[in-house]
Ligand binder design. Sequence first.
Ligand code: FES
Length: 139
Amino acid sequence: MGARSYTIDLYLFVICFFMVKYKVSYNKECGGRMLKLCMTNDIPDREARAFDTTAYGTLFITQRDGQFFAYKNICPHLQVELEFLENEFLDQDKEFIQCSTHGALFQVETGECISGPCLGESLTVVPIQVHSDGGIYLA
Ligand code: FES
């Protein structure tokens, strides 16, 4: 019984550690089914933030004029992560999402590649919801 209790405690510690590390929490008001990623004010207009999730792997959220868009952090060209520097997902003018490997450009609103080797392909949309509490949740 002692060893089993220790194992459960260790398991809970590891879960809590990663929830704190990746700023992940469950929304108890929704029955624990929705995963809160961050608050809207954590993502200023024309910036982006990455999050590690179990459901989608690494994803990122960006804001454009008060709307939030989330995509898996995988370029459709070579299936590699998009950014070279942490949270740097946008081009120099902060107009498009840009892959740091070969420079492909993607529409912020749709994820469609409009320039580069994966022209016409798209980033994978991650469904999110912005709630009245100001939180952004995985839908
Ligand atoms: S890997 Fe992204 S454009 Fe080539």
